[in-house]
Ligand binder design. Sequence first.
Ligand code: HGY
Ligand code: MN
Ligand code: MN
Length: 405
Amino acid sequence: MTDDLERRFDDLWSSLRTIGLSAESGGYRRFAWTAVDDQLRRWFREQALSRDLSYKVDRNGNQWAWLGVPGEGGIVTGSHLDSVPDGGAYDGPLGIVSAFLAVDELRARDRPVTRPVAIVNFADEEGARFGVACVGSRLLTGVLAPHAARALTDGQGVTLEEAMTSAGVDIASLGRDDPLLGHIGAFVELHIEQGRALDDVDAPVGVATGIWPHGRWLFAFTGEANHAGTTRLADRRDPMLPFALTVLSARSRSAMAGALATFGRVRVVPNATNGIASRVDGWLDLRASDEGTLATLVQAITDDAVSAAATNGVTATVTCESSTPAVVFDEELAARVQAALGGVPALSTGAGHDAGILSAHVPAAMLFVRNRSGVSHSPAEQADPADLVAGVRALAAVLAELACQ
Ligand code: HGY
Ligand code: MN
Ligand code: MN
């Protein structure tokens, strides 16, 4: 094990630091298939080539860097480089930077690497631009149908098909990729923790047990645009009112059920201060400990929305944009990861990940690195240099356990 790892982490991290950084917010705006994403993808390619790893883009636009010949039983690590709007630095990129450094560590060891090892950058994990999260891993595993993916549309009316085509991806090749899935013997994703559990128990690294089921629903309320100063209250068909009531319903119902409901994105048409809106679209992100609770909550919030809309002369429609079942990570793989790390805290999470999507198809595991602020999807994400290095060492130990036999 080399001892200048902190410096090498810093160097590699710095090479990525300014890409997509907003001077205005201090957060990252790294959205799929944009010019910023292209810079990130070039960075990944350069890292792969500078290490003599074989570089490939799969049928669904995910980037791969292979050590050894891709084949059955490969040990894959990696994460994503895209971000939410004004995201933090670590969610995603930490898993990829740590993966490159862990592979460097693996190669510097005496033990021969006996299985193919790969680093992957999954495309469009956050779904910030086209609305559906984990598009790259959903396409790879067949969870998202190619025709549904192609039709996804961003806020400017650009389809995913157009965006991927402009980025040079052959759109005709999208879809479940069984030969590639057959090369993944195990997938291990390292990720910044998106909470305070590790800080609470004073541990730099933890292992995931599972992910809460979750999904995204579009609540669309259609009323009638009219003048804010002349329209009598009795004559209004204001979609903002049922929307507001729905936000409160989601909050109180989820609180009672121990679940998490968030409306973090709203579109108001025409969005004028002195006008009653004609339409309000709000996106519900809902997560619960089990699928029954999630389904019951969605139905109850939908019923509340429809009834609040009717009371206000507005129509409401609710569309599920994505849903992800509960994930329980592979216990045998988790036990091997734990053995390689000498026993670390085990945590479940409400955050979605490509590892969760892959877990229904191949053995998958996750390592979490302590986040000092506990905040994520915000520039306030924070990690200590010593923990970042501990994460790389942990990942290298796991790769050695799995790939050197
Ligand atoms: O939204 C999520 O849970 C994840 O961070 N993509
Ligand atoms: Mn995220
Ligand atoms: Mn992430």
